[in-house]
Design a protein around this ligand. Structure first.
Ligand code: ATP
Ligand code: CA
Ligand code: CA
Length: 453
């Protein structure tokens, strides 16, 4: 997992794109945020707000460094998701994302060609997505919203915003804002991306070298990216997990809660007919601590630079927003959450209620069961005693529907391997296999991970 990424300064190829994305978010989101909250309507799910930026500026948008267009999709829906369900402080959200115009780029870790950018404080990830993923998210937005609102503890990716930037020469870039599952202040010592599929699901150290030979690009940013990739720990896969005889160590309570939430989540993913998603597992070993924390170092190096013109344009519009009495009051309310509300129930027969909406108090983000221990889930033994490991878990990459491309992939891959062990299988088969595998990798859980090979 790339702990660092390349920091994007003014000389970076994607600087303009990033500047535009962040300017758009800043203006678009603060526009919606400035209005008085109202209940959602059906139209909100299909709403698109357009902004046109140029160097001169107009009554709607302040002057920007470059000419571009920005679209904010379903802004009221995402506002409600952020505030009502993910319990984000709106001021924090905007500040983290856009107060400093240097993000770091993760390059393109997957095969899809998507790019990932971290906000400066590593709390948020911007992922560029394909147009078809974008259309798909809009199509299932209502289902997603319903799932999140009835499952406050869902492990499914948290989407905070869906936007598009259009550059003058017509290139359209779609992107989502998501939560970074991994904490900014803790090293992740091992990362796994688990699907329940075992064909080709092995990370090998020599892949990197092979990669390098195959690469012909000689640009500095490519070189940098590969260097970073080598330095940071790799994202391991299903076969690495199985071969290493790993287990998620969770005592009966947490195991039951996690199993039940995963069951609900896989039902949702089945219902929207997607596949190819995975459970991302980050493991922090508390004994090892944060010795290798490279992120902090890089943050220091890159302290400078908010472009002045940006600072000015922002204060022209959203200016003062983050210091309004409301924002201050809001933050205060969020930080003084009741510590009593944070602990797990002592009896797992409470389970169904524990995972339901009423279990979460208003503005109590610390109350997310699976993210309550330093942003993650502390390992426990069979007596529910805490152990020296913290897991960071989430179901990611959920926007791939079962379409023509995947059917063809299923056909071809199925010719040379077990058709039920390849990644592209129909959504309901995928969901059941995924869920079964997740139970099998929990210590004391049902089933045997070896059976998936
Ligand atoms: P592909 O379709 O080839 O699998 P992708 O481009 O759609 O790739 P993802 O599967 O979404 O990419 O993510 C790739 C990697 O990026 C993950 O394995 C993980 O290391 C990292 N990543 C993705 N989402 C998150 C997140 N929310 N928090 C932390 N890391 C993430
Ligand atoms: Ca993936
Ligand atoms: Ca993908």
């Amino acid at each position: 997992y790339p702990l660092v990424g390349n920091l994007i300064g003014e000389d970076h190829v994607n600087y303009v794109l990033m500047y535009n994305m962040l300017t758009g978010i800043r203006i678009g989101v603060s526009r919606c945020q400035a209005k008085i909250k109202r209940p959602l309507t059906d139209e909100d799910f299909a709403a698109k707000h357009k902004f046109s930026f140029d160097i001169v500026g107009n009554e709607l948008t302040p002057s920007a460094k470059y000419d571009f267009k920005f679209k904010d999709y379903a802004p009221w829906v995402f506002r409600s998701l952020r505030e009502d369900y993910f319990h984000l402080d709106p001021a924090d959200y905007l500040l983290s994302l856009t107060s400093k115009y240097i993000l770091s780029e993760l390059g393109s870790p997957g095969k899809s060609g998507s790019f990932f950018y971290f906000s400066r404080d590593y709390r948020f990830i911007i992922k560029t997505i394909h147009h078809r993923e974008h259309k798909f998210l809009l199509r299932v937005l209502k289902d997603y919203y319903n799932h999140v609102s009835t499952n406050p503890h869902t492990l499914v990716s948290r989407f905070y915003g869906l936007h598009r930037v259009k550059l003058p020469r017509g290139r359209k870039i779609h992107f989502v804002i998501m939560n970074n599952l991994f904490p900014p202040h803790k090293d992740i010592h091992e990362t796994y991306d688990l699907k329940g599929s075992t064909v080709g699901r092995l990370w090998r150290a020599n892949n990197l070298e092979a990669d390098e030979k195959a690469q012909t690009e000689t640009t500095n940013s490519e070189k940098e990216r590969r260097k970073e990739k080598k330095k940071s720990s790799p994202v391991l896969k299903d076969l690495n997990w199985i071969n290493g005889h790993h287990k998620l160590e969770l005592g009966p309570e947490k195991r039951a809660l996690l199993t039940e939430q995963l069951r609900r989540d896989k039902e949702f993913l089945k219902a929207i007919s997607v596949m190819d998603y995975s459970l991302l597992v980050g493991i922090h070993n508390m004994q090892r601590g944060n010795r290798d924390n490279v992120r902090r170092k890089t943050l220091k190096v890159f302290e400078p630079a908010i472009p002045k013109e940006l600072a000015r344009s922002v204060s022209a519009v959203g200016g003062g927003y983050t210091t309004t009495p409301e924002a201050i009051a809001m933050r205060h309310a969020m930080r003084s959450s009741d510590p009593k509300a944070l602990s797990l129930p002592s009896n797992s027969s409470l389970l169904p209620d524990t995972l339901n909406p009423q279990s979460i108090g208003p503005h109590n983000r610390l109350n997310f069961i699976f993210y309550q221990d330093e942003g993650g889930l502390r390992a426990t033994d069979e007596e529910n005693r805490e152990m020296a490991t913290i897991y960071y878990l989430g179901v990611i990459d959920i926007l791939t529907p079962w379409g023509a491309g995947k059917r063809i992939e299923n056909f071809w891959k199925g010719l040379s391997a077990d058709r039920h062990k390849i990644s592209p299988v129909p959504p309901s088969e995928y969901a059941e296999r995924f869920f079964k595998f997740m139970k099998a990798i929990m210590k004391g859980g049902e089933g045997n991970a070896q059976d998936f090979v």
